[in-house]
Ligand binder design. Structure first.
Ligand code: ATP
Ligand code: MG
Ligand code: MG
Ligand code: MG
Length: 567
């Protein structure tokens, strides 16, 4: 490309409302322009970067055997009502009506849509496992859109959803996605950490976030210098204090009922397959009873479903259904509709009564709350709890090495969803024995547009962006000095340009006829990794001046050797 064909939209001024460096540089380098709060246009230069990231993501997802689809951004309310999220999802969900007064939303994520697709398209266990992905525009009406495309309202996400017959198959795909994410972020040239994470309002059991390390990151993460230990500190903050709280007398009596001491035993006694976590277990139970799970009393490791329990002689009258005033009292909720927001973390943290009413079936409870349920079971949460008071340099909770506490930008997030959506939406397949089985799901997101901003946070200097080559808009900037005055420079530049292009190198030839200083400043600002300067002086000895964007000094390279030098 030539700058005459590819106008650069660089700005000298630092935009006043841009708080972090990536936002400032994206505006100044002419990658994006703001339309309204959280809404951005990608200019040609920025779009080249976005497409490169997208391409890496697509290649790696394809390599991992995932299948690309493209789902509508606009989603009918009915599916969200089926999963229960129409009521739970707060104002981040952009809702609207069509001309027939039917409710719709602009998708912030696509669990409902893919689950609907899967229940219609996948009929047999033989079609499993399968992993669908898309690279698509999402909308979240963020309370505080900021930092440009870093926290936008409309943004580009790669979201993938896998379907399985059993946990071990989910584990396998989850692990493959974990490795795929590592490949993607490595290829993008990012210094990142995968950390244990909260499942947020998407729900599920196991979850990892991928954070690009950067001082402007909105999350605090902790990782060991000697092991794989890494966690989101905010998760630790949401945890109850370490050590199980004693059960009060009434409950102690209940759980002491012979044969039913733990959730596992209880659920086994119902004949429900035991899931790895309480959460999926409850969802499975809910599905079993056709959504009739009315109340669940949870304390530590113990849970009882009163609806079913009443039918079991060995757990005679363990609990009754919680009334709404009781729920409100237990969780300190005021009048008005009772939703997930009303079930805050402290209700677990202080081990007070946690009651889920029928509106809680599926997911309508804050997922941090569920996290509390898992404590002491299959997740080493006390380790995480230790993090709450950690500072840089403390011993790692896993006993290996010391901790570094750093800021991170969440660029990816993988979850084991279990049966949360498939149970609520009855996504079933026929098993080997002809019985209908509810599929198990995983989901995997990457903030493609956020990743571009995160890369800049990590790769810049006082002069501008320093793109990792894999996602740079161009690989080489070719700058002729005083081309208007020198036929020799023009001719050598054109020859080099043709040669580089023929070798498949993406080169931007600056033919603007501006001062060298302006060219240098612009190319540094937009961050092209390699710069070649063609001038009369160098040509005297058959050389051009080469400088890597991050190098301090230029060097002379014989023109004949340039291609080999760049490769
Ligand atoms: P955050 O904690 O930053 O709000 P999230 O946990 O809500 O993100 P997920 O639901 O996990 O986001 O979505 C998957 C990915 O989408 C995130 O890891 C992030 O990279 C990206 N993402 C989420 N919200 C935004 C946003 N408002 N703007 C740009 N990218 C986003
Ligand atoms: Mg969010
Ligand atoms: Mg998050
Ligand atoms: Mg997340």
């Amino acid at each position: 490309m030539r700058t005459s064909e590819f106008p650069l939209q660089t700005l000298k001024e630092t935009p006043a409302d841009a708080e972090i460096v990536s936002h400032r540089l994206m505006l100044r380098a002419g990658l994006i322009r703001k339309l309204a709060a959280g809404l951005y246009t990608w200019l040609p230069l920025g779009l080249r970067v976005l497409r490169k990231v997208e391409c890496i993501v697509r290649e790696e997802m394809d390599r991992a055997g995932a299948l690309e689809v493209l789902m509508p951004a606009v989603q009918p309310a009915e599916l969200w009502q089926e999963s229960g999220r129409w009521d739970q999802y707060g104002p981040e969900l952009l809702r609207f009506k069509d001309r027939h007064e039917r409710d719709f939303c602009f998708g912030p994520t696509h669990e409902e849509i893919i689950t609907d697709l899967a229940r219609n398209e996948i009929k047999s266990y033989k079609q499993l496992p399968v992993n669908f992905y898309q690279i698509q525009t999402k909308f979240r009406d963020e309370i505080r859109p900021r930092f440009g495309v870093m926290r936008a309202r409309e943004f580009l996400m790669k979201d993938a959803y896998s379907f399985h017959l059993d946990e071990s198959s989910l584990d396998e795909t989850y692990q493959r996605m974990y490795e795929t994410y590592c490949r993607i972020f490595r290829r993008c040239g990012l210094d990142f950490r995968a950390v244990r994470a909260d499942t947020g309002n998407i729900g599920g059991s196991d979850s990892h976030e991928f954070h690009v390390l950067a001082a402007s990151g909105e999350d605090a993460i902790a990782f060991s210098n000697a092991s794989d230990y890494a966690a989101n500190v905010e998760l630790a903050e949401a945890l109850p204090p370490a050590g199980p709280a004693p059960l009060p007398a009434e409950e102690a009596r209940l759980v002491a009922t012979p044969g039913v001491r733990t959730i596992a035993e209880l659920v086994e006694s119902f004949g429900i397959p035991i899931e790895r976590t309480v959460k999926t277990l409850v969802v499975a139970a809910a599905a079993e009873y056709g959504g009739g799970l009315i109340a669940l009393l949870v304390r530590g490791d113990h849970a009882l479903n009163p609806v079913k329990a009443q039918k079991l002689p060995q757990v005679a009258k363990p609990l009754r259904m919680a009334t709404e005033p009781e729920i409100r009292a237990a969780i300190g909720a005021g009048p008005g509709s009772l939703g997930p927001k009303d079930l805050p973390i402290p209700c677990i943290a202080d081990r007070s009564l946690a009651v889920l009413a029928d509106f809680a079936v599926g997911a309508n409870i804050d997922d941090k709350h569920w996290f509390g349920l898992n404590w002491g079971r299959d997740l080493p949460l006390p380790e995480l709890a230790d993090l709450r008071n950690a500072v840089d340099g403390d011993p790692s909770p896993d006993g290996q090495g010391t901790l570094t506490i750093a800021r991170g930008i969440e660029v990816g997030h993988i979850f084991k969803l279990g049966r949360k959506y498939s149970a609520a939406m009855k996504a079933q397949v026929l098993g080997e024995d002809g019985r209908a089985l509810t599929m198990i799901m995983g989901c995997y997101g990457i903030g493609v547009s956020r990743l571009v901003a995160a890369a800049i946070e990590q790769h810049h200097d006082e002069r501008g962006i320093c793109w990792p080559t894999a996602i740079a808009p161009f690989e080489v900037a070719l700058l002729p000095l005083r081309a208007d005055k020198s036929y020799r420079v023009r001719e050598a530049t054109e020859r080099l340009y043709a040669e580089l292009k023929a070798a498949g190198i993406e080169v931007l030839l600056d033919d603007r006829d501006v001062r060298a200083g302006v060219m240098f400043a612009d190319m540094d600002l937009i961050g092209i990794p390699h710069r070649l300067v063609v001038g009369d002086k160098g040509l005297d000895t058959g050389q051009v001046e080469y400088k890597a964007r991050t190098a301090a000094e230029p060097q002379l390279v014989p023109i004949a050797e340039i291609l080999g030098f760049l490769r």
